[in-house]
Design a protein around this ligand. Sequence first.
Ligand SMILES: Cc1cc2nc3c(=O)[nH]c(=O)nc-3n(C[C@H](O)[C@H](O)[C@H](O)COP(=O)(O)OP(=O)(O)OC[C@H]3O[C@@H](n4cnc5c(N)ncnc54)[C@H](O)[C@@H]3O)c2cc1C
Length: 661
Amino acid sequence: MTNKTYSIFGAGAAGLYTAWRLLNGKPKNAKGKAKQLTAGDTLELYDWGKYDFSKKHPGTREPGARVCTWHYQDNKEKSYLELGGMRYAEYDKKTGGHLLVTTVIKQLGLDNYSRIFNESNDQLLFLRNRNMFLTEISPGDPAPYNISGGGAGQSPYEGFSIVQNLATTSQYPSTRKEWCDFNNTGKIIEAQPESSVFQKGDKAKDIGYWNLMYDQLGPEGYQYTADANGYSSNVINWNSAVAFNSNNEFAPGNQYKTLTLGYSAMFTALFAAIEELAKEKGINFRYYPDTRLHSVLDKKGMVHFKTGTRKNPWQPSAEKTCDAAWLAMPRNAIELVAEATRYQPNDGLDVLNDQRVKLYLEAAVMQPSYKIGLFFNEPWWKTATYSPRLTSLTVNDDALKGLADLKWPAAYLKKMKTTKKQDGTFLVYNVVFDSADAIVAAVEQCVGARLDARQLGELLTTTKQLDSIGPAFTDTPIRMAVYFGDNALNQSSEKVYGMLASYDDEYFTTFWRELEEGVKEDWTIPMSDDLQPLIGPRKASPAMVKMLRKQLAEMHFGPGSDPALVPEPLEARYMDWSLPPFNAGYHAWAAHYDICDVMQKIRKPSQLIKGADANIFIVGEAYSNDQAWVEGAYCTSESVLNEFFDIEPIVDNPDYPFICS
Ligand SMILES: Cc1cc2nc3c(=O)[nH]c(=O)nc-3n(C[C@H](O)[C@H](O)[C@H](O)COP(=O)(O)OP(=O)(O)OC[C@H]3O[C@@H](n4cnc5c(N)ncnc54)[C@H](O)[C@@H]3O)c2cc1C
């Protein structure tokens, strides 16, 4: 019996998850057993970048590829910012969430580090040169948009509901399974006036979301929704069926979690688990950082590939082979491999350049994004004229333990942990309240008694979370500001306060890019060779910092405010997610595709070629049911292992299809 080699290209979320599950997955049957790696077999992990996984495997930035935690002075004891992915939705049977991320965090023992991300219910807004808070917008005090029918006096999230209500009801779709079904079958269900471009019966999947919003909301209604929800990527011309579901996730009040160690810690832990499992099982784990997949072909059932080095990524090295290859990378990175493969001596099956494969690869729209982080020696935003409302009080397990130590009646604690509202969600437990009045009212309702003065004080102290996050939204190029604050692990060290000073997606990446170089500097690296996101957060130029301070001053102190109101930061760095190899922070499904079919077939693209069967797999966020989330990367990876490698699902939950079918 010859030994097997499985090769994974990409050490981001999908690549690491695949390696981990290849090592710890249980085979479903004899076929699965035969495909399993055993002692003497080889598992290879390649990445174009070099992430800082451990002392033995150091790198230029924290792990996670499109997740990238940045600690002040690169010191893990100090405060941090997230310059890539930053949060997850903890899974709950009733309310849903990210099942696989929640599972991974538990299985890796990271749940002790999980904490509320603290989204504000009352965001600070700076729109059309006016400062306001979300809850202040009313018919008497409308937002500065000229919308007929009083639209500017309503919440900007109303725009999302108006378009979604064209095709959904309060009953359908509600589960993950039903949303998968809706991706193909969802239609406009109400008759529309003759003047509407889109009419009853038109399929949501065949309508661009921007087109639909313009048709329904008009130019000003569209602009209000687009500006005030912070994410331009939510309102591009993507597949309306998917947009309805995804945009629900961004409504204020939805709560997320993150890790106190920084989100990159999940990938450090995954890498360590892979090394340990491989050692335990006698499997040769070979990790090749700074090495890129150059081109790939299938030749008679074996995968033949060439790699390039970090120094010379575009030139191929010697050919290698493996039994199965995973391209755990996003669309742009795959298309770069396809481009090189096209010009190789083609004596095999060039899967990636097949016309149907190319068409399906184009189903994921690339969404560039840009994040700039600043660290300050004071949380100046807390005393600004327009200070973001970040108060957050939560009865979580820690708070319940604190109250138990303070000898609160056991019956109260039980009720606080278990009482649910009519809709099945908790009345108090893990709910984030943004004022003392709100949490006190809910707790009193829950325990059925008035709290005395001592209890009131104890409740407010034990439930107080970090006064951080936000975010605040604006139509200026900073788009979103996220207040991370002092989140250092070592709370006795010097106080440093982090702020994601700009989180822009889509439209303003070029605004910031021109400020990467100083005012007396010319470009020295072509954009196509600028691997900044792989190298790590890059120092911001003085011009970029000044521009940020100017816009932050307007947002927090009023129009025309002096940039000097915002202090000079201690450190300033950016991540430009419009650069290679990603060319996108995340992806969105294009309209006019049967995306369920794309998800199914692109995982093993030879399925799209008549008579072909090549062990080349594509996994990752880009072609998933949870685009823009790590969950999507894990789910596509899990589905490939379940279906093509006969590994038992990591969790058996029939209501949670990993991808749509
Ligand atoms: C600004 C921003 C905010 C986000 N917010 C969140 C969030 O809050 N929560 C969340 O869950 N998700 C978020 N995401 C999305 C999340 O980060 C991604 O969905 C996820 O990290 C994608 O993982 P992946 O494995 O699919 O791909 P990637 O992370 O892109 O990994 C691909 C890997 O492949 C490597 N590679 C590329 N080409 C080659 C090659 N030819 N050979 C070898 N290696 C190669 C790359 O170097 C990279 O390491 C955010 C992303 C960004 C950028």
